[in-house]
Design a binder for this molecule. Structure first.
Ligand code: 7RM
Length: 630
């Protein structure tokens, strides 16, 4: 059994995973259903990079998520779905029912010409059909590319074009709190520039009027009416693509992170079971959106592979009121709650009057993901939600890692506020200095790298392997570089301190500063801009933009409004700058590089010590920037 139950077992498994990684992972992989076992466990080199796990293994991940459970646990609950509106009835799916829906929708996809290796874009709200669509793609061997439904038409189009998607699956609209967002319109606008898409399948969720393009657009319900619930699973190779998920990096264009079938399957189940210590019969609730990797790994694949029961939620934490999460925990008797620091802080700020009416006594484990959790938020979560009896698992990982790499194992690893604690078995982290020299010992800080592959490591960035090498494997020779800074304390516990690259983490969402700058620069009056993150009480980081404007006569308030509109149009609401300061110059070195350190200091309100500014082309701009701070 791969389930760890004591800290001694953790240390034993950890040691085995380092001493004999192949034997270690082969034993875990053996617990899955394979049509043909692998010939070799692992091939790798980080310089190409080239990583293959469970080589020549044949199987289908949906048979492991669904079919495998049918005989014994077919009537077990896979999902309870709760709508945005608490008055709308819940919908439940047993494993048998989910299997049937997935097979039916897989047949719909086939009918519309989808075949193995085709890319299919999913742009949907948090409804069961989003999960069904993902699994249906996997069933037929198509590669899903889920795009968070908050992204703009331009962002959606860019992602569809980058991977040449053939089909788009969407809904008429999306409910989010009081909002009723017409998302099919966004798809229509995006598709004006996406020649690769020949079919669109539209689930009717809100009933908003949509334009159905004859010969291209089809209604989900109509298509499902006559679809058979028998659909043999496509045989996939371990290294066939499972999905693409776009994520922001230090350049202006998001990267299509590629995950493959075998390693991802093995690692998501293993990490799910061990980190959360899920017990049969429990209800797990991950509050993420399926548009992010957390939704992929811990709403869809990990829990289903483990045969778990999950809660799926369409809405937002603060509507109809900030007690929504806690009302749902009591109503559904949630045992494990996995959410983000930004949500915790927002609910903390709303006041205890929204918490105290609820019992919360079903909770056994609490989880956190997406950004560093500050000690205040940790303590509040622990005291008021966990009632000091639920272990908190602060799970560090990335889109690129596919699953949780550094985290306590619930009720096994002793926790410490703000610390992701220890690596999971199979994960070999190290800290390096700027030159790439390993920093040994404890009580040290550096850049977080991983020296050995784990099964769900990123395989490539879609369509551009060199970019994958550059971004993750070129900074330090023979190491995977995470982009995060990290401290290892006296006990050898890891504490992630945040990004060390030009990525900002706003409410747990990764946003590249270059992406926001590109959008701002599209405004006709903007000459140049520089974007940095700054500490934000609720969002973790806020977005601070410095802009140089051609038209000095322009009213700064209308300029700000127009810039925000530009960012909304090109990226989406999540990338909206919180503060925009108009400047006449940026602090540049003689080589033309913007000294972001200065911009960050001003943005965070530290105007005291600017450090060495003697290498600046025009040191005087610093004073002006300080004076104009917002
Ligand atoms: C799962 C996810 C990844 C980035 C990562 C970190 C930050 C995530 C934690 C965290 C501190 C955590 N994928 N991050 N989890 N920082 N503690 N527990 O978030 O690709 O969207 O973001 O998020 O900077 O590099 S992601």
């Amino acid at each position: 059994m791969s389930r760890i139950t004591t800290i001694e077992q953790y240390h034993e498994q950890y040691k085995k995973s380092v001493d004999h990684p192949e034997a270690f992972w082969a034993e875990i992989a053996d617990e899955f259903t394979w049509k043909k076992k692998w010939d070799k466990v692992l091939d790798w080199n980080f310089s190409a990079p080239e990583v293959s796990w469970f080589i020549n293994g044949k199987f289908n991940i949906t048979e492991n998520c669904l079919d495998r459970h049918l005989e014994k646990d077919g009537d077990k609950l896979a999902y309870t779905w709760e709508a945005n509106d608490p008055k709308e009835p819940n919908i439940q799916y047993t494993y048998k029912e989910l299997h049937a829906e997935v097979c039916r929708f897989a047949n719909v996809l086939k009918k519309h010409g989808a075949v193995k290796a085709d890319r299919i874009c999913i742009y949907m709200p948090m409804i069961p059909q989003a999960v069904i669509a993902m699994l249906a793609c996997a069933r037929i061997g198509a590669v899903h590319s889920v795009v968070f439904a908050g992204f703009s038409a331009a962002s959606l189009a860019g992602r569809i074009q980058d991977s040449d998607c053939k089909l788009v699956i969407t809904s008429d609209g999306a409910y989010r709190g009081v909002k009723d967002i017409p998302i099919k319109e966004v798809v229509d606008e995006a598709l004006e520039t996406c020649a690769s898409v020949t079919k669109v399948i539209v689930y009717q969720r809100t009933g908003t009027v949509v334009k159905m393009n004859a010969g291209r657009d089809y209604a989900w319900d109509e298509e499902m009416k006559n679809a058979s619930s028998v659909c043999p699973a496509e045989e996939m190779d371990s290294e066939d693509l499972l999905f693409i998920l776009y994520t922001s990096g230090s350049t202006g264009k998001p990267k299509g992170v590629v995950h493959t079938c075998g390693g991802y399957m093995v690692f998501t189940k293993y990490s799910f079971e061990n980190v959360f210590q899920y017990n049969p019969g429990e209800l797990f609730w991950c509050t993420a959106d399926v548009g992010w990797v957390t939704g992929h790994s811990y709403i869809v694949y990990g829990p289903l592979l483990a045969g778990a029961s999950s809660l799926l939620f369409e809405g937002i934490p603060t509507w109809p009121d900030p007690g929504r999460f806690w009302a749902m925990v009591d109503k559904h008797q949630v045992n494990i709650l996995y959410t983000a620091p930004t949500a915790i802080r927002a609910l903390q700020a709303s006041g205890l009057e929204y918490v105290t009416p609820y019992k919360l006594n079903s909770l056994r484990v609490l989880g956190s993901v997406g950004e560093p959790i500050n000690e205040e938020a940790w303590a509040w979560y622990d005291t008021h939600i966990g009632k000091a009896r639920c272990p908190i698992v602060d799970t560090w990982w990335q889109t690129e890692t596919g699953g949780i790499l550094i985290s306590p194992l619930a009720a096994i690893t002793k926790t410490k506020p703000g610390f992701a604690t220890l690596p999971l078995p199979g994960i070999q982290p190290l800290l390096v200095d700027e030159k790439g020299t390993e920093i040994l010992g404890n009580g040290v800080e550096g850049n977080l790298c991983i020296r050995f592959p784990w099964p769900s490591i990123i395989r490539t960035t879609y369509g551009d392997h060199e970019r994958c090498r550059q971004a993750y494997f070129a900074t330090y020779k023979n190491l995977y570089f995470t982009g995060d800074g990290c401290r290892r304390d006296a006990d050898g516990y890891y504490r992630i301190t945040g990004r060390v690259d030009d990525v900002i983490n706003v409410s747990g969402h990764r946003i590249g500063t270059a992406e926001v700058e590109n959008a701002i620069n599209m405004h006709a009056d903007v000459v140049e801009s520089a974007v940095v993150g700054y500490p934000h009480d609720i969002k973790g980081q806020g977005i601070y933009a410095y802009v140089i404007c051609t038209n000095s006569e322009k009213n700064p308030d209308s300029l700000r409004k127009e810039i925000i509109a530009e960012v909304m149009k090109l990226i989406g609401p999540i990338a909206k700058p919180d503060k925009i300061q108009v400047v006449t110059g940026l602090p540049k070195t003689r080589s033309g590089k913007i000294m972001r350190r200065i911009l960050r200091k001003v943005a965070e309100g530290d105007l005291s010590n600017m450090g060495d500014i003697s290498t600046l082309l025009d040191p005087a701009v610093v004073e002006e920037i300080k004076k104009g701070k917002i």
